[in-house]
Design a protein around this ligand. Structure first.
Ligand code: PLP
Length: 413
């Protein structure tokens, strides 16, 4: 190989793990639970780890394996695991890395269910969680102690749209031998190369940009292969047989297998299709988002617009650098009041009222009264949520239609 291939060429032409018996050009859906062996010796070799083969689809499946291979190719990672959801990717990673008594340093600007996973579920299993302001590196450094195993944050938070200075945060974590785990859902591999910014493990909800039109729920763990896992108390047992690949070995052979967090072959099929055309969709979403943002900035009924691709965003320069000039397609706008937000939402005819992100369709939601409904007003304010705010995830429609829809809806506010 001479020159490194681009994202789309790489994704489209990732070779199958094994030749297909019918020479099919597209990876088939291998919808089988179990796989047959010719002899009893063959099956023993696989169960004892001397040979590698699929045996049961909770632990591995050919269509899922191909999705992992595609993701590994485009991220140039050491290992990739596909899982049943983004939440499974996050929980499996943290359960594999942090022992009871160990802690995670993170921010309270997180996807709502991730925040609840950390605050309620992991805490109840003896994992300590420290919430700090990720925009203040000194605060992050002060929170790290001898029991800190992971620094966890999102590349761009939602709905606050705060952009992490990933290199600065990784440098602090690594100075204390803490692993950097980043949720990159809003900035998929086509725009964000996590290893360039010191990220050790990327976790993502492939439900969003990757699935291609919100076709299926899924997640992935990407180990860039740079962190020395033999340093991690929770992984020392795995160093003996799996040196260098302790994290993914523990996930595959223990956590993921025992929690049953597997992706199905049908889901992997959607992910494989979605990966192929990801770049086309992302480019269009980003372009639409930018144009809508510029339109919103001229509207007096809109009090503020937040999108890292706009010059008005405080992290504009950092975003361009980290995300190849394409900082996702989620933005937020503030109106005068909650009732104005509801009136705008209810008048829209093209834009859909729905949760989910990075669908092909443009989606709008009032986070305060929905995604964050389970939290107290005080907690919501702490998470920089406002009842005057709407979150918009911009899709691939013809942008004139989106602008016309908002123009019409704003006239009703
Ligand atoms: C949606 C989302 C998740 C959770 O992913 P699921 O696939 O719904 O489990 C995690 N993090 C972020 C940033 C998300 O947007």
């Amino acid at each position: 190989m001479t020159k490194k291939q681009g994202y789309t060429t790489g994704a489209l032409h990732t070779p199958f793990p094994k030749g297909d018996v019918y020479n099919s050009l597209h990876m088939p859906i291998y919808d089988s639970v179990a796989y047959e062996f010719d002899t009893s010796q063959d099956i023993e070799e696989v169960f004892t780890g001397k040979e590698v083969a699929h045996m049961y689809s909770r632990t591995s499946n050919p269509t899922v394996e191909y999705f992992e291979k595609k993701l590994k190719k485009v991220t140039e990672a050491k290992s990739v695991v596909a899982l049943s959801s983004g939440m499974a990717a996050i929980s499996n990673t943290l359960l594999a890395l942090v022992e009871p008594g160990g802690n995670v340093v993170t921010s309270d600007h997180l996807f709502g269910h991730t925040y609840a996973l950390l605050k309620d579920t992991l805490t109840s299993w003896g994992i300590e969680v420290k919430f700090v302001d990720m925009s203040q590196p000194q605060e992050v450094e002060m929170a790290i102690d001898a029991k800190t195993r992971v620094l966890f944050f999102e590349t761009i938070t939602n709905p606050q749209l705060e952009v992490a200075d990933i290199t600065a945060l990784s440098t602090i974590a690594h100075a204390h031998r803490v692993a950097v785990v980043v949720d990159s859902t809003l900035t998929p591999p086509y725009v964000f190369k996590s290893s360039d910014f010191g990220v050790d493990v990327e976790v993502m909800s492939t439900t969003k940009f990757i699935s291609g039109g919100a076709a299926a729920v899924g997640g992935a763990i990407v180990d860039n292969g740079v962190f020395d896992w033999s340093q991690m108390p929770a992984l020392t047992k795995w160093s003996h047989r799996f040196a260098g690949n302790e994290l993914v070995s523990r996930i595959r052979k223990e956590i993921f297998r025992h929690l049953g967090a597997c992706m199905t072959a049908h889901t992997a099929h959607f992910m494989n299709l979605g990966m192929d055309i990801l770049a086309l969709r992302v480019d269009r979403c980003v372009e639409n988002c930018l144009q809508l943002g510029v339109f919103f900035e001229k509207k007096s009924k809109i009090k503020s617009v937040s999108y890292p691709g706009l010059k008005s965003h405080p992290n504009y320069t950092l975003s361009l650098k980290q995300f190849s000039g394409k900082p996702g397609a989620v933005m937020s706008i503030d109106l005068e009041s909650k009732s104005h937000c509801y009136r705008l939402m209810d008048a829209l005819q093209v834009v859909r009222r729905a949760t989910n992100l990075n669908d092909n369709k443009t989606l709008i939601i009032h986070p305060w009264s929905t995604i964050y409904a389970e939290f107290s007003d005080e907690e919501k304010l702490k998470m920089q949520n406002r009842d005057t705010m709407l979150r918009i995830s911009v899709g691939i429609e013809d942008v004139e239609d989106l602008i016309a829809d908002f123009e019409m809806a704003l006239s009703k506010v």
